[in-house]
Design a protein around this ligand. Sequence first.
Ligand SMILES: [Cu+2]
Length: 113
Amino acid sequence: MLRGLVLAAFAAALAAPASPRVVHVSAHRFAFEPSTIELTVGVPVILEVRALDRKHGFAVPELGIDAVVVPGHPQRLRVVPGRVGSFAFHCSVFCGSGHDDMAGTLVVTAPKV
Ligand SMILES: [Cu+2]
């Protein structure tokens, strides 16, 4: 009986979807860190974007993402990359003289076999 319960719990744990990997991204004048984020096609991730100094934006136009981030309120953006490629992201909220330099790339690769 007990053994059956243990096996059932084990099977349930195997069946439960793993929680997505969380990728921490910080935004500050005038950069994102990291500026290159590597993702895998079909694998969900949470991009947790934090503003460290003032309001910034995190936009990935090709993926339809445009979020405003203010200090103290991280944005959790769920992304499931649909295809291989490089997708530019940038700050979409004017934040000062170096705003145009705030950019980076999501690099999406095929799953490793
Ligand atoms: Cu900006």
